[in-house]
Design a protein around this ligand. Structure first.
Ligand SMILES: [Zn+2]
Ligand SMILES: [Zn+2]
Length: 253
């Protein structure tokens, strides 16, 4: 219903360049040309956090990550077009754009995907009320359709955290410290997402699987590391993370 309304209200034109979308792409929000302009993040990178390797010495970005967080990858660099797409997803009430973003993320193909569950990074209660949806949840659900893996809302954010944009790496860590906890009960799964295998309903066995955190943007990785820490404390052994965008130049290095 919501989609049908969107379709009526919004002309089928690309959100970024305003070109008219061909009829077959009328479900899309971003045209092919704009999507091809998104610049993929490519190797050489730190094998763990996916950041371009420093010229000298070891990567410091992921040095303090919890052991369970073994890999993080992002689809594209967050320069102008990609940033506008994320902005639309978060602030312009366009969760439909998640499908376009997920199409760029699908090729990330993280190891262990065949058995993995997708875990959206949750929003705090205040922000969720304000926005009406969680953009990471929209991305996870769009990816779930491509990867055919279930979305499991294992995490809750216990408090609203200040926006990370203007913070130094240290302040970012402090800002999100202790902000997540693992949901009890049936992992917060909606009944239609619950795997048929009844053994999987036990939260404990969920923690044996690779869990893939899904978020919109990777800047310093502080949020993902903290979310992984909560999963690790609850017994998860392997946590991976995928994001659509990666900050072009970390704000602080
Ligand atoms: Zn376009
Ligand atoms: Zn690293």
């Amino acid at each position: 219903m919501r989609n049908a309304l969107d379709q009526l209200l919004l002309p089928a034109e690309c959100l970024l360049c305003r070109a008219l979308l061909p009829f077959r792409d009328s479900q899309r929000v971003v045209c092919d040309v704009c999507r091809h302009r998104w610049r993929p993040v490519r190797a050489p990178w730190c094998g763990r956090c996916g950041q371009p390797e420093p010229l000298f010495g070891r990567c410091r970005l992921c040095a303090d990550w919890p052991a369970a967080l073994v890999l993080a990858r992002s689809a594209v660099w967050l320069d102008a077009g990609a940033r506008a797409a994320v902005h639309a997803l978060k602030y312009r009430g366009l969760p439909r754009i998640a499908a376009d973003l997920a199409s760029a993320m699908a090729s990330l193909d993280p190891p262990g995907l065949a058995a993995a569950w997708l875990v959206p990074v949750p929003l705090g209660p205040g922000r969720l009320r304000e926005r009406g949806y969680n953009q990471s949840d929209c991305l996870a659900r769009a990816l779930s359709r491509r990867w055919n893996r279930p979305v499991v809302e294992l995490l809750v954010r216990t408090r609203d955290t200040a926006t990370q944009t203007a913070l130094t790496p240290e302040a970012r860590l402090a800002n999100v410290a202790g902000a997540f906890r693992v949901r009890s009960g049936e992992c917060g799964m909606r009944s239609e997402d619950r795997p048929r295998d009844s053994a999987l309903r036990i939260p404990h066995s969920a923690l044996e699987r690779p869990l893939i955190l899904v978020d919109d943007v990777f800047t310093t990785g502080a949020t993902l590391a903290e979310a992984a820490r909560a999963l690790e404390r609850a017994g998860a052994r392997t946590v991976l993370a995928v994001t659509f965008g990666r900050a072009v130049v970390p704000d602080f290095t």
